[in-house]
Design a protein around this ligand. Structure first.
Ligand code: ADP
Ligand code: MG
Length: 711
């Protein structure tokens, strides 16, 4: 808190203070430059290179006022995190003095060494050249860390060959692709007046855990892998549901307030905070923004959460499943399409005409998800998310859509070619010609669905909590672009570009009927956690891809290549590169986990068990010497000795399965899935059983019961 004022007052005061946007931009730029830049930011007009010098100068002045000494091109390589290389503004003048310099050229382009970032084979290590290019559509910001401040410029990162080496470039391309196709649909409906682009809107709810830093320091698994590789669940979990939306502990509140203040300064519009399902689990969510800015802001949210936690003696765990048997963390990716005049295209309206348009967009998404469920599944695939998907408190690994009773019913009617009424009786204000009126929030909620329609947006819930949202949305935008292209093409063929309302209506009905019939199998309103759904999904022909190793190869299929290529989102080489980076990451991560597990078992679990064995043996020997038969203790000892022997064997199996293979990444991933992960599970199970019998003073690791309940 500043000046003794409440958080709310401070929040409004500092909002956007550290981001070069809005009023700050207007204040620092000449009027004409301001207007030009705003056109690029808000309506996607091409960037006028003439303005770069002026903008650079203004940014530098503003940043220096805030204590910045350096600037950095801030980008998102395929590692999944952000990267930055800082350059000082200061430039020696040769006469013993120095000036602070930052030119348009430095703003527009940077040249980091590309060889140390994953390129998936696009670049060899000796071909180091890569470029960062200013993304003027996402505001520059000042990142403060302790006493230092750095001007960060969001950039795209491409190789010397022009191929994308980052997550932002394809996202921007996909945003353009979906806009272009959506505009064609609007044109057919005659609703494109004054619209220069269709914007992808995104708001992501971020779940995370907080644990005491002291515990984190004592656990190698948390430090190296971000999740516990060992540990028995505490007696109390979330059975009582007493944590969800419960009162936020004071220490946590102080943490949240600091996080929010830092984010407000950066212009990240965070809005909600609450306790999540598991003990120690919380959520933060911003108000939605355009997908590109929302993605940059999402990276900042994760960065600030991690950075601020230690100020409060916490560590923030963003991993999808930090604790086995406890609710995992996701990132609910709320996605919609909106015109740049502010009309949400997924918002059902009262007017029947726009309503028809709404159904076209809705059905286009359904078609996209059905045709490319495998790609959406691949878009969220990671070693970490595998521990969450399919467990019985997270969305399953099967991609389906939840629409709710009313919309599902309407689609059924559409499929029969006679949508006339809404389900909830009464509202027959539709006449024979038009499609039904659809009240907002007509549907119930279904928390089990991986992809749910929630009134005026889709909520893609299978995205992992630690993931960058750039890639899932790149895929989502691209598959929807393809569907909108299909719909627009069909309409244009049937009715031309400027149809009469009556012809249009007939064409819409016919096409909706056909598409709904072809793709309604992907709609599932039931309980996604139920076992029956797996069988049912298989019967429906939906892809059931349980692990990342199963899911990622979909990206190499010809279908995927053709799709990304057609909409200029990723070339064949770029897609291949990305896929191999993802597969390699999967293998690397599980490899690190396996070695960490072995290290902890050998250095911590086994020695503790052996000490306890000695203690028990001593007790038994003492009893024998005293002439009493300690029957129970003897049995315990016997059992312990057997468990320890089993643990030795299990460790050996993990080591064997981990041993380096030289096959290609996809085979390696499959071997990890089939051999290494089960071996790790097995070793863990034995150790967890041991943990339960070993006394507190001998067990060296903080237990779940300690870590999950903050003091
Ligand atoms: P819910 O209660 O359905 O989860 P909220 O209103 O709490 O919905 O919103 C959850 C997230 O969805 C927020 O980040 C919000 O800004 C975002 N959101 C709302 N409308 C849209 C939209 N049209 N496009 C993208 N995200 C949206
Ligand atoms: Mg939600």
């Amino acid at each position: 808190m500043r000046n003794g004022k409440g958080d709310a007052t401070v929040a409004a005061e500092v909002y956007g203070e550290l981001t070069f946007a809005g009023e700050i931009m207007r204040k620092h730029l000449p009027e004409n430059v301001y207007r030009t830049l705003r056109l690029t930011m808000q309506h996607g007009s091409p960037l006028d290179p003439e303005i770069a010098n002026t903008v650079a100068h203004a940014m530098k002045r503003w940043a220096i006022e805030h204590g910045a000494t350096h600037y950095s091109h801030w980008f998102q390589p395929l590692t999944g995190s952000t990267a930055e290389k800082h350059d000082a503004f200061i430039t020696p003048t040769g006469d013993g003095h120095a000036i602070e310099r930052f030119s348009g050229d430095q703003l527009v382009q940077g040249e980091p060494d590309a060889s140390s970032f994953p390129s998936g084979g696009i670049r060899e290590t000796f071909e180091a050249r890569g470029y960062t290019a200013w993304d003027a559509t996402s505001p520059a910001f000042i990142y403060k860390s302790g006493d230092t401040a750095t001007l960060c410029i969001p950039t795209a990162f491409v190789s010397w060959t022009g191929e994308a080496l980052d997550k932002k470039t394809p996202l921007l391309r996909s945003i353009q692709a979906v806009s272009k196709q959506a505009l064609r649909v609007l044109k057919i409906f005659g609703t494109d007046e004054g619209v220069s682009q269709v914007i992808t809107t995104l708001g992501c709810e971020q779940e995370y855990f907080l644990i005491d830093r002291e515990y984190w320091e004592r656990r190698e698994d948390l430090r190296l892998c971000g999740r516990t590789l060992l540990g028995t669940p505490a007696a109390k979990g979330h059975q009582l549901d007493d944590h969800y939306f419960g009162a936020i502990p004071e220490r946590v509140m102080a943490f949240m307030a600091e996080v929010e203040r830092r984010l407000y300064e950066l212009g990240v519009p965070v809005k909600t905070r609450h306790n999540e399902v598991a003990p120690g689990q919380y959520e933060i969510a911003p108000i939605f923004e355009n997908a590109n800015v929302a993605t940059d802001h999402q990276m900042l949210i994760m960065q600030i959460l991690r950075a601020v936690a230690p100020h409060h003696d916490f560590v923030c765990l963003l991993h999808e499943k930090p604790f086995a048997g406890v609710n995992g963390s996701g990132k609910h990716n709320n996605w919609a399409l909106s015109t740049d005049t502010g009309v949400n295209l997924l918002d059902p309206r009262d007017d029947a005409h726009t309503n028809m348009q709404f159904l076209v967009f809705l059905v286009a998404v359904i078609r996209a998800v059905d045709l490319h469920a495998d790609l959406l599944r691949a878009a969220i695939a990671s070693a970490a998310n595998d521990h969450r998907l399919g467990a019985n408190e997270a969305p399953p690994a099967i991609i389906s859509i939840y629409l709710g009773d009313m919309l599902s019913d309407i689609l059924e009617q559409v499929a029969r070619g006679q949508a006339k009424s809404t389900k909830r009786g009464g509202k027959l204000n539709l006449g024979a010609h038009t499609l039904p009126q659809i009240p907002r929030h007509a549907g119930d909620r279904n928390r089990t669905s991986p992809f749910a329609f929630t009134g005026n947006k889709f909520e893609f819930r299978a995205v992992g909590s630690s993931a960058s949202i750039a890639w899932p949305n790149t895929v989502l935008n691209t598959i929807v672009a393809e569907s909108l292209d299909y719909m627009a093409t069909q309409f244009e063929r049937k009715v031309g570009k400027n149809p009469t309302p009556a012809r249009l209506e007939t064409a819409v009905k016919a096409l909706l009927k056909q598409v709904v019939r072809e793709h309604r199998r992907v709609v599932f309103d039931g309980d996604n956690y139920s076992f029956d759904w797996h069988t049912e999904a298989e019967n429906r022909g939906l892809p059931v891809l349980r692990t990342a190793a199963d899911a990622l190869p979909a990206l190499t299929a010809r279908k995927a290549q053709a799709l990304f290529n057609k909409y200029d989102v990723l070339s064949k080489r770029e897609l291949q590169a990305r896929t191999s980076v993802l597969l390699e990451q999967y293998c690397t991560i599980v490899g690190i986990e396996a070695r960490t597990l072995v290290s902890m078992l050998k250095r911590e679990a086994l020695p503790a068990a052996l000490r306890y064995q000695a203690e028990l043996a001593g007790a038994v020997a003492a009893s024998d010497a005293a002439g009493v038969d300690a029957v129970e203790a003897r049995a315990d000892l016997q059992y312990l000795v057997e468990q320890i022997a089993e643990l030795y064997r299990a460790i050996e199996l993990v080591e064997k399965a981990e041993g380096a293979g030289h096959e290609d990444a996809a085979r390696h991933a499959a071997r990890i899935r089939d051999r290494l992960l089960p071996a790790m599970e097995q070793a863990r199970a034995i150790s967890d059983a041991l943990e339960q019998s070993i006394p507190d003073d001998l067990w060296p690791l903080p237990r779940y019961s300690e870590m999950l309940f903050l003091r």
